[in-house]
Design a protein around this ligand. Structure first.
Ligand code: NAD
Length: 496
């Protein structure tokens, strides 16, 4: 991997991407984009208003109804998605550098966890474009009745800031493979790679209007998309708070369909016979990877009381060795939090942990040493003796703060694991695999990892139970969110 400090950042043009072209916003508003590791402005990008959103939706509608996209053979559609994937992979370092500067994540993580997997997801779904089949239905006759699977239409992809490229590709891959057209709304904090991807799609040969990008704040840009009567579906990743706004907007407009990928408070359950070496490393990266800004972060470690002291001791030791610093330095293990606001949120959770009586084992404060003084860095933080009802055990912090809890037996571990409003992911660590499978059935979450954590594959669905969301990203199941089914009946002649 190239040393990112030797690369020159290639920023996108400060234009919206609408109807096959980079364009200025109607009223010329801008929003500043900041490097959270230095606190310095990188550039300005357009802040789209309702009129810009309307232009983008109209372009997407034209491309969907009468443009070349609607007439393109599925295999050709697949080739274009594949081309976009290849271009993204070729330029992974260019994208990763911009992502790292804009998000504060390490350059290594930007390639390994964000841009690389994004390209992989596009490649996976490119192969699905000509494999979406309908079915002939065994109805009582005499009829020939079949079911067509048709694209849902114009999709608004509204995505967050923690994995800007990857999560966008999680939406684009299945939406484009299904034959939908898309208007992308990246987070106001990390709009750069979405703009770059929008122009890369034009370079790949996508027809005008198929992939549009509007940058701007949640309100008015996101709201305008959510309320637009000609958007058929919103595919959203973000917070539960915004998800509720989207539901209201859908109810107040055209009842557009929604897929919601939301937050988590994932438990890692450590039984006394677990392989401690592997589990320690997985618990460490499970919370401190991507600076804890991961929806499925393993933010609760539940340890059997017999193993608690030894296991938590190892974790603390590992956290104290973590190298926090310049995201572009290849030695750095953890970069900067995304913003001053997120830093304040994290510090206020740390304060609440202290006040509610959890035992601070390491970290617990902002890190302002050396080059970190101007950025939004937090020391890797671990709380012990956390009780399930404490705020730091219940709410998503979205930062490098781990809560360690004790349990008596498996039933107690499951009770704690299931005690939050979330249900995104969980892990179980034990050499007794039969026990692990029995426990996996009782965990209320969309993903359960046994003796591993944070494993992803394009073939495996990802999404949540309970308030962690509706619908799934990844795998062929994700396609269902972008398709609608049509039953076609033909009356057959009697007696033939
Ligand atoms: P957020 O909800 O604040 O913002 C997400 C997106 O919604 C942004 O593009 C934002 O501009 C937009 N938005 C905000 N208000 C809007 C409105 N009123 N109408 C339309 N759009 C609006 O979330 P965030 O802070 O960017 O991301 C963090 C959250 O995302 C966390 O809760 C995290 O768990 C969740 N997340 C979930 C997954 C998953 O796959 N389940 C993955 C990553 C992040």
């Amino acid at each position: 991997m190239t040393d990112a400090r030797t690369l020159a950042p290639q920023l996108p043009a400060p234009k919206l991407v609408i109807d096959g072209q980079p364009v200025d916003p109607v009223e010329g508003g801008t929003l500043p984009v900041v490097n959270p590791a230095t606190g310095q402005k990188i550039c300005d990008v357009p802040s789209a208003n309702g009129a810009d959103v309307d232009k983008a939706v109209k372009a997407a509608r034209r491309a969907f109804e009468s443009g070349p996209w609607s007439k393109m053979n599925p295999s050709e559609r697949g080739k274009l998605i594949r081309k976009l994937s290849e271009l993204l992979w070729e330029r992974r370092e260019e994208f990763a550098l911009v992502e790292s500067m804009n998000n504060g994540k390490t350059f290594r993580e930007a390639i390994r966890g964000d841009v690389g997997p994004g390209a992989g997801t596009l490649a996976y779904f490119s192969d699905w474009a000509n494999k979406i089949t309908g079915e002939v239905l065994p109805v009582d006759g005499p009829f020939l009745t079949y079911c067509l699977k048709e694209p849902v239409g114009v999709v608004a992809a509204i995505v967050p800031w923690n994995y800007p490229t990857c999560l966008l590709c999680w939406k684009l891959g299945p939406a484009l493979a299904a034959g939908c057209t898309v208007v992308v709304k990246p987070s106001e904090l990390t709009p750069l790679t979405a703009l770059k991807l929008g122009t890369l799609a034009l370079e790949a040969g996508f027809p005008p209007g198929v992939l549009n990008v509007v940058t701007g704040y949640g309100d008015p840009t996101g709201e305008a998309l959510a309320r637009h009567p000609d958007v058929d579906k919103i595919s959203f990743t973000g917070s539960g708070r915004t998800a509720r706004r989207l539901l209201q907007a859908s109810a107040g407009s055209n009842l557009k369909k929604l897929t919601l990928e939301l937050g988590g408070k994932s438990p890692q359950i450590i039984l006394p016979d677990a392989d401690f070496d592997t589990a320690t490393e997985a618990c460490f990266w499970g919370i401190f990877g991507n600076k804890g800004e991961i929806c499925n972060a393993g933010s609760r470690v539940l340890v059997h009381e017999k193993a608690y002291d030894a296991f938590v001791g190892r974790l603390v030791e590992r956290a104290q060795k973590m190298k926090v610093g310049d995201p572009l330095d290849p030695e750095t293990e953890m970069g900067s939090q995304i913003s001053a606001r997120q830093l304040d949120t994290i510090l206020s959770y740390i304060e609440s942990g202290r006040k509610q009586g959890a035992k601070l084992l390491t970290g617990g404060e902002r890190d302002t040493q050396g080059v970190k003084a101007k950025g939004y860095f937090v020391k890797p933080t671990i709380f012990g003796d956390v009780k399930p009802e404490m705020k730091i055990a219940q709410e998503e912090i979205f930062g490098p703060v781990l809560s360690c809890l004790r349990f008596r037996d498996e039933a107690h571990a499951l009770e704690i694991a299931n005690s939050t409003t979330y249900g995104l992911a969980a892990s179980i660590w034990t050499r007794d695999v039969a026990k692990a499978h029995a426990m996996a059935r009782k965990v209320k979450s969309g993903v359960v990892w046994i003796n591993c954590f944070n494993e992803f594959d394009n073939a495996a669905p990802f999404g949540g139970y309970k308030e962690s969301g509706w619908g799934r990203d990844l795998s062929h199941h994700a396609l269902e969110g972008y398709l609608q089914y049509k039953a076609v009946w033909t009356k057959l002649p009697e007696g033939v």
